[in-house]
Ligand binder design. Structure first.
Ligand code: F6P
Length: 546
């Protein structure tokens, strides 16, 4: 590690572990508000309609300065720009990382090729196909209009589009979207009764077109189409979204039904590529364009805003403070909007697959912890589930709280209650409740002294638990595009700060490799090379299956 980078890390860690100049503990938040009535203004940042409030963290002015020094020492701007220039920043796979090119801005190149021109050509084909379907010019084999689109894919070929569809689909939208991911055929059995093969368009979404789950489900669904419509009609109900044009042809999908993208698009960053075709079809082309436009605006912000006002960079530095400064290895994502119910799942893949790394770019063990465990649920449901641990558990869990100012329903009372809960959770986590406050409250309620003594420790809240609040004016395709791109750039920034490759995922390979021989054993072969536990479980399964 370069000298100044090591010093910058040491400065951040020291600030997080030693009392502040005024004697307050570096983990406390309330004294920061007491000392600075302007803290909200100083620690909240607006960009293009989004508001990011970082004031309810224990980051002081000094800590923020040290974190920004760290970003400069890690050469975050130069490395970010190298990514945008199409350099092979995914070093283990020797690939460029150009999901920003997918938003249609223009001017992106990879390996000397004009990536933006290619993107424009594919987007043009996606648009023509979408309009032909949604306007009823392209129909199913029996002449009926398509009413449903089934996306078969997993991981990045499922989570992003499924999350966006869940957030933005309305009953008056062009097609009903369905997402089939798990190789568990119960998933297909659950979706199947809702579909009629005559009116269903099936997209096989797989970057590699080799993923076991997706190819297994694709075969099941293909057989269902053939059974319902006849083999000759199947092609008219299928399309493929992939980088592997050989495999899509082998599967029998006509060339004009294949929507390609390139290996410079990582799966978890791919919802803007052909992988988003289910969104264009189900939400309409205009909505898909708005999604790209929102991401484009966030790209411009990430590439040009100074670090001290750069939302994704500030979010990344806040994570560094929590993970590396305070040693907090978990983060909750709490969207106070039911439509964002799948956002935590999308962010789990985006962040944990990207940042779950233990070696640096050059293969040395990392000197600091890397990606935290990410989980979440929409508020207010989360409050009645796991928030107890976040309020009173032994390990503080920083949380992202996402609020939407204007709902799309006509029930203002419900919305006010939703927002009140979100704001109250953040306030309660920060404020806590002292012994004196609990005692006074119980005394006022007439509780007997012995009972107060008994319950006091249970009813005290430590407080000083950090939250970050992201406020959206409205949830629509544009703002959702901004939000998803915000988190993508946060991930890229953390990869730079931690010196790791945020764009590969070797950790998923071993399980895939070991599945092969175990599958053979389940098919009846003599198990070989298995550990005692796996052998025991195989035998138990065989006997339970009779
Ligand atoms: O699980 C690993 C992974 O490669 C993800 O990164 C990816 O999004 C997913 O599998 C699906 O891959 P594919 O799109 O190639 O089917």
């Amino acid at each position: 590690m370069a000298q100044d980078l090591a010093a910058a890390w040491a400065a951040v860690v020291a600030l997080a572990r030693t009392p502040r100049g005024d004697g307050t503990a570096p983990t406390t938040i309330r004294p920061l508000f007491a000392a600075d009535p302007e803290r909200f203004r100083r620690f909240s940042h607006s960009a293009d309609g989004l508001l990011l409030d970082l004031s309810k963290t224990s980051i002081s002015e000094a800590a923020r300065g040290a974190l920004l020094d760290l970003a400069h020492s890690a050469e975050l701007p130069a490395r970010r720009d190298a990514m945008a220039r199409g350099e092979a920043v995914n070093v283990t796979e020797r690939r460029a990382v150009l999901h920003m090119a997918l938003r249609g801005t223009g001017g992106f190149h990879a390996g000397g090729e004009d990536a933006s021109a290619e993107v424009a050509a594919v987007l043009g084909r996606m648009r023509d196909f979408t309009l032909a379907v949604t306007e009823g010019r392209l129909r199913g084999a029996t002449g009926e209009r398509f009413t449903d689109v089934l996306n078969i894919g997993i991981g990045g070929s499922d989570l992003g589009p499924a999350m966006v569809a869940r957030a933005l689909w309305r009953p008056d939208a062009p097609l009903r979207p369905h997402y089939l991911g798990n190789v568990d055929a119960h998933a297909w059995e659950e979706i199947r009764p809702r579909l009629d093969p005559r009116r269903t368009l099936v997209l096989v979404a797989s970057k590699t077109f080799t993923t076991q789950e997706t190819m297994t489900n694709a075969a099941l669904v293909r057989a269902w189409l053939a059974e319902g419509l006849g083999e000759a009609a199947v092609g008219g109900h299928l399309a493929a979204l992939s980088t592997n044009l050989g495999a899509t042809a082998d599967f029998g999908i006509a060339e004009d039904r294949v929507f390609p993208f390139r290996d410079w698009v990582g799966g978890r960053f791919s919802l803007w590529s052909a992988i988003g075709l289910s969104l264009a079809l189900s939400l309409g082309w205009e909505a898909f364009e708005q999604l790209l436009a929102g991401a484009r605006v966030m790209d411009a912000h990430f590439l040009t805003a100074p670090l001290e006002a750069n939302l994704p960079v500030l979010l990344a530095l806040t994570e560094v403070w929590h993970v590396n400064g305070l040693g907090l290895g978990t983060r909750a994502v709490l969207p106070y909007d039911e439509r964002l119910a799948r956002l935590p799942a999308h962010l789990q893949q985006l962040e944990m697959e990207s940042l779950g790394k233990r070696v640096t770019l050059d293969g040395a063990p990392v000197a600091h912890d890397t990606g935290p465990v990410v989980f979440g649920e929409p508020g207010t449901n989360a409050q009645h589930s796991f928030m107890q641990l976040i309020h009173q558990g032994t390990r503080p869990v920083p949380a992202d709280i996402i609020l939407v100012a204007r709902p799309d329903h006509a029930h203002p009372d419900s919305h006010r209650k939703l927002l009140a809960n979100g704001l109250a959770q953040a306030a309660a986590l920060m404020r806590g409740k002292t012994e004196a406050e609990v005692r006074a409250e119980m005394e006022a309620a007439g509780t007997a002294p012995a009972e107060i003594a008994r319950l006091l420790p249970h009813r005290v809240f430590p407080g000083d638990r950090p939250t970050v609040t992201l406020l959206l004016p409205h949830l629509d395709a544009f703002t959702l595009g901004q939000v998803v791109a915000l988190y993508e750039h946060k991930v890229a920034s953390l990869g730079i700060l931690w010196g790791i490759n945020a764009f590969d995922q070797w950790g998923v390979e071993l399980g895939k490799q070991l599945t092969g021989p175990i599958l053979k054993a389940l098919e009846g072969a003599e198990p070989a090379g298995q550990d005692g536990s796996t052998l025991g479980l195989l035998a138990a399964l065989r006997s339970a299956q009779g």
